[in-house]
Ligand binder design. Structure first.
Ligand code: HSE
Length: 401
């Protein structure tokens, strides 16, 4: 019997307990062991819940039980998760975590600690919910230099943007639905302002480059400023808006950013709708490879967590090496990152002047009082701001082909 404990009996934790119990036959077949959840740590009680008898409130019960070989941390937030995870590792227990805040901030340090203690620290569910992208980066995509990652990395914002576009519903109403479905973070700003996607692209870039990318260094723009009118323009132009987490490497720099993009007809992530996430990586030998699946929600995320537990059992609870050094990777200045732009100006009758300023542009049919266009050439944000310094810009959104 391989005993585990789950820290946090919320959306993901309850999903982990359900999968381990309902799919015990598959787990046994994959891992060769019977896996059992002996404890679930939570501040709350769950009277009437089928697993109420495994709930404990004191972490020391778990730490001091030598039969617990692996701790599943699905609490979210940096503390106390960070302290709990380090204590478990120091006691010789492996850890699986879905916690992108913890992994982005302390992933490299915790991996080092796990190595010192000959146990594992795995975090498949921290990026892309149920999508197995991290194990693939660590185990399969090992022969290439990767020069780009483009990801729809947040299920809540993709669900909001898709539902607003397809059903014409209001932002707040759709956000509530995402919360009810268990997609959204406790503080919705984490999703809406792009902080969640920022941590996820930091984790992916750290793994691909093998060094520490500090999420604080990543230029991050969310979707809270996207209005119904912007969405209506995106429909007219047939370029849906998606929140991208990006890494791009050129000969001098590695750029990372999170920002909304209007997505053209040929783009590989254009069809990724609702709660689905997708991650496209480009390798120098492999070319493009893409991962797609449900990026949030109890059972898809819990499925990725349980796959980590199985991996740990298969590796006899010994260290699984993941290359992510603590050495900091210095990122290029994202304001120099160039893209085509969709622009809404609060001005009428200025098409000639705009055409003069930009050379080639495509004008769109605009609301009264506005001039709306898409640039043909690519500009950095600084260049665009400078060119439009005499105009009042309502919205500017990058365009991805
Ligand atoms: N709030 C996150 C999302 C959950 O919507 O993608 C999964 O990390």
């Amino acid at each position: 019997m391989f005993n585990i404990a789950v820290l946090g009996y919320g959306t993901i934790g309850s999903g982990v307990v359900k999968i381990i119990n309902d799919n015990s036959d598959v787990l046994k077949k994959s891992s060769g062991e019977d896996i059992q959840v002996k404890y679930a740590l939570d501040l709350r009680d769950f009277p009437g819940d089928p697993y109420e008898n495994i709930i404990v409130h004191d972490y020391d019960v778990i730490l001091n039980d030598d039969s617990i070989k692996c701790v599943v941390e699905v609490m979210g937030g940096v503390e106390p998760a960070n302290t709990f995870v380090r204590k478990a590792i120091a006691k010789g227990k492996s850890v699986c975590s879905s916690n992108k805040e913890l992994v982005a901030k302390y992933g490299a340090e915790i991996l080092e600690l796990a190595k010192e203690n000959n146990v594992s620290f795995l975090f498949e569910a921290s990026v892309g919910g149920g999508i197995p992208v991290i194990r693939n980066i660590n185990e399969s995509l090992t022969a290439d230099h990767f020069d780009s990652i483009t990801g729809i990395l947040n299920g809540t914002t993709n669900y909001i943007l898709t539902t607003m576009r397809k059903k014409g519903r209001d932002f707040d109403e759709v956000l509530k639905a995402a919360q009810q479905k268990g997609y959204a973070e406790r503080k919705p700003e984490a999703d809406i302002e792009g902080y969640d996607a920022c941590r996820k692209i930091a984790i992916l870039t750290s793994l691909v480059c093998g060094k520490q990318v500090d999420f604080e260094d990543i230029a991050t723009e969310g979707i809270s400023h996207i209005t119904k009118e912007d969405i209506a323009y995106s429909v007219k132009l047939d370029m849906p808006i998606k929140l991208f987490g990006l890494m791009k490497r050129d000969s001098d720099n590695i750029y990372c950013m999170v920002a909304p993009f209007m997505v053209g007809e040929e783009h590989s992530l254009r069809g990724v709708e609702g709660v689905y996430n997708a991650i496209n990586l480009h390798g120098d030998m492999l070319g493009n490879v893409m991962f797609y699946g449900k990026g949030a929600g109890s059972l898809p995320t819990a499925s990725a967590v349980v796959s980590d537990v199985i991996e740990i059992v298969k590796n006899n609870n010994e260290n699984i090496n993941i290359i992510w050094d603590k050495e900091k990777l210095t990122l290029g200045d994202a304001s120099k990152f160039k893209a085509r732009y969709f622009v809404r100006l609060a001005a009428e009758g200025v098409q000639d002047k705009i055409a003069e300023l930009f050379g080639e542009v495509s004008f769109a049919e605009a609301l009264s009082g506005e001039t709306v266009f898409v640039t043909a050439k690519e500009y950095s944000e600084a260049e665009l701001t400078d060119i439009l310094k005499d105009y009042s810009v309502i919205t500017k959104i990058r365009v991805a082909e």
